[in-house]
Design a protein around this ligand. Sequence first.
Ligand SMILES: Nc1nc2c(ncn2[C@@H]2O[C@H](COP(=O)(O)OP(=O)(O)OP(=O)(O)O)[C@@H](O)[C@H]2O)c(=O)[nH]1
Length: 383
Amino acid sequence: MRLALIGVGQAGGKVADAFLEYADRTDSDIVVDALAVNTAKADLLGLRRVPVEKRLLIGTDRVKGHGVGADNELGAEIAADDSEVVMDAVAGMPSHEIDAFLLVAGLGGGTGSGVAPYLAKELRRRYEEPVYGLGLLPGKDEGGIYTLNAARSFQTFVREVDNLVVYDNDTMAKGYDSLSSGFARANEDLARRFGVLFAAGETDGSAVPEQVVDASEIINTLASGGVSTFGYASSPLERKRGLFGGKGRPDTSEATQRIMATVRQATLGRLTLPCEITSAERALVVVAGPPEMLSRGGIEKARTWLEDATGTMEVRGGDFPVPDADEVAAAVLLSGVSDVPRVKELQAVAIETQRSMREVSETADDRLSDLLWSGEGDLEPLF
Ligand SMILES: Nc1nc2c(ncn2[C@@H]2O[C@H](COP(=O)(O)OP(=O)(O)OP(=O)(O)O)[C@@H](O)[C@H]2O)c(=O)[nH]1
């Protein structure tokens, strides 16, 4: 699956950087072209991988390159005014090589959250290829305004894309020295997950997959629409390839067990957006690793297990041989999920925040009137 990647806002740009870094490191060609879009010049300057000429600063006449300060209504207005800048850059991409667009944005701020849904709408209007979103939910401790932004952006973004894959920053591993190193690890993790899934259909022929996952399998899985979540787990191989028990190939039952354990772990413990998995409409499982560890029976068994666990019959699956890999990895995409407590909670906090912001603003107006009222009569204004 070959992508046109568009990172919007600071988080979106950093995730795009992480995808490009992953693609370079693994010599994969999943990213055909990448853009970074922002209202803040400093954020664009801070990127490392997105080429300089692909970094687009928008809204300069409104915010002069300083960002929108978590005001996502302003972000959406700027997108409506300046979307042509982005669409011109997209028109310069090699569209015949692209299977889909992927728009990445943090939903808690102002730029990504306001601009990405608008760009999705424009891309869908102009192109036949599917337009997917990758939306990053703010952590619960980020505060009311970020939650309100995320809830409002989420409902618009879902409507404007063909499918919205969600990553909840609360699922991020804890215990890092700083938030930025936590984010850096989260972004690498995201790039690895998408890398395994999207690279699966792009093998160069040196190791032929037994059960191919091509772009159409991914597109058909995501065609459920709505919201998706993404599981990933890996199991390191202790012994070097070719030395499995001195037999050259591992026991197939060992390979099957390993595949099953990894797929279960990916599905039950490591989703980007925790949810009730029985609410998924469709699923896709890809198992990556050295060819001798990809037992056909194991992958079939994992697929059947996923059918039972999710209760859906639309489960696609396949393998992704990586001859030099020192681990077996499983990527599990659950598409069209509808029972997601985190989204309900986000909406409840957002409604409460909206109510209290309105109250505070009304009270503040009254207090200012009290302050300006002299008590003795009206003073003449200067002009
Ligand atoms: N996963 C991940 N999330 C991030 C990262 N940086 C920021 N975020 C999240 O993204 C949200 C939005 O932050 P930004 O991307 O900085 O905001 P922006 O879209 O640039 O908008 P403004 O700064 O308001 O102009 C935050 O609430 C964080 O939860 C990152 O590198 N990785």
